[in-house]
Every structure is written in structure tokens, then in C-alpha cells.
Design a protein around this ligand. Structure first.
Ligand SMILES: C[S@@+](CC[C@H](N)C(=O)[O-])C[C@H]1O[C@@H](n2cnc3c(N)ncnc32)[C@H](O)[C@@H]1O
Length: 201
């Protein structure tokens, strides 16, 4: 599994990035969607977005996950003040340890480009959503500058193109699919809904 470079890791856990992630990038990634009662964040990094969600929605419960134990420890500190409304655990987005239909919203921000088989992570997100629940987030797209950046970091990369993301969300039989390119086409924001009539499994 590709590892995050130490410089990228320290950037993602730094004070400035965390403030930006919680206050600005979270609402941008949520695209006005109601998080419901129970949210899963995959690849949650520092936990800045989860902490902001918990602050903004006093009855919300959030399951915060990341596959990197160091990030899990940082995220645990970020949400420590929210008691049993937050749970934090180590989990690979490609093999989530949750039952089908567990969450109202799955949030994935800047994580899929770290996952070689990002299709598996999307499949798992769709599986753990309840019928009618939403997947939302954003990620960087395959492009020469992004490939160069991540190769320079020493990571193995297999980034998605916007069209591939759209195709994969359709293949998963999600509805209300939106893939919107931003930042001169380097990034895509996405949202999709699990069909309200979908069966679990
Ligand atoms: C660029 S950081 C983004 C963190 C956070 N989502 C944010 O926007 O602030 C990417 C995160 O994805 C995590 N990650 C990478 N591959 C993963 C995988 N297969 N499963 C779960 N998390 C993963 C990394 O450990 C890292 O914390």
C-alpha cells in the first residue's frame, strides 16, 4: 500500500492545514449535504474535519478511520473532547470493518489518490452506506503535475480521472451522481446517493 511521505504527513497534521480543512474544505466537500446522524470518515488524517463536524452538529456521531496508526493517534486527540459521539479506529478504506448500511454519510477527502485500488474503497463506502445515504468528498485527479508531486514524494500512485470516477460511481448503482472539477481540473468534488430502495449487501 502506498505510504504518505513524511513531509505530506506533517503538512496534513499541521495547525494551518487543520484550520483550513475544518473551516473551509469541509463545507466545500460536503456540498450542502445534511450529514444525518451517523457519519464515517475514511482516510481522516488529523481528524480536523471530523472534529468540525462534531462541533457543528451536536447530535452527530462520527466514526473516524485511517489506515496509518500515527494518523489514528492524532485523530483520536482531535476528537477526544466529544466523548462517545466519536469513535476512532485503524481501518483500510478498501476493507472497512463495518456492517452493510451502517452510515448516513461517508466522507472521503484527499484520500483516494493514496489507494492503488481506489475502486475498492468506493465499493466499500457504498456498501456501508444506508439506503438513501450519501457519499461525499473530493480528491486530486490524474494529471502530470499531480503525478510528479506524488512521485517526488516517493509514493506509488494510480490516480483516477474524472470520467473514471463517474463510471465507477454509476457501476456501484449510486444515484444523484455529481462529479465537479475544480482547481483548473486538478481536483474533483464528488457526491452520490445510495438508492433509497437499495437492499443491504
Ligand atoms: C492527504 S491525507 C487527507 C486527510 C484528511 N482526509 C484531510 O482531508 O485532511 C490522506 C489520508 O489518507 C490516509 N490513507 C491513505 N491510504 C489509506 C487507506 N487505504 N485506507 C485508509 N486511509 C488511507 C492517509 O494515512 C492520510 O491520513
Amino acid at each position: 500500500m502506498p505510504e504518505m511521505h513524511a513531509a505530506a504527513r506533517s503538512f496534513c497534521t499541521g495547525r494551518a492545514y487543520r484550520a483550513l480543512a475544518g473551516r473551509w474544505m469541509l463545507p466545500w466537500a460536503l456540498q450542502g449535504l445534511d450529514p444525518g446522524d451517523h457519519v464515517l470518515e475514511i482516510g481522516a488524517g488529523s481528524g480536523a474535519m471530523a472534529a468540525q463536524l462534531l462541533r457543528a452538529h451536536p447530535r452527530l456521531r462520527v466514526a473516524v478511520t485511517d489506515y496509518d496508526p500515527g494518523m489514528v493517534a492524532t485523530a483520536a486527540r482531535s476528537v477526544a473532547g466529544f466523548g462517545d459521539r466519536a469513535s476512532v479506529q485503524e481501518a483500510d478504506a478498501g476493507a472497512l470493518p463495518f456492517a452493510d448500511g451502517s452510515f448516513d454519510l461517508v466522507l472521503s477527502c484527499a484520500m483516494l489518490h493514496h489507494v492503488l485500488h481506489w475502486e475498492n474503497a468506493l465499493g466499500e463506502a457504498a456498501r456501508v452506506l444506508r439506503p438513501g445515504g450519501y457519499l461525499a468528498g473530493y480528491d486530486v485527479l490524474d494529471s502530470p503535475p499531480m503525478r510528479l508531486l506524488h512521485l517526488a514524494e516517493g509514493g506509488q500512485v494510480r490516480m483516477m480521472r474524472a470520467g473514471q470516477l463517474d463510471v465507477e460511481l454509476r457501476r456501484l448503482q449510486l444515484t444523484e451522481i455529481r462529479v465537479r472539477r475544480s482547481a483548473a481540473g486538478l481536483v474533483a468534488r464528488f457526491s452520490a446517493r445510495k438508492h433509497p430502495g437499495a437492499c443491504h449487501g
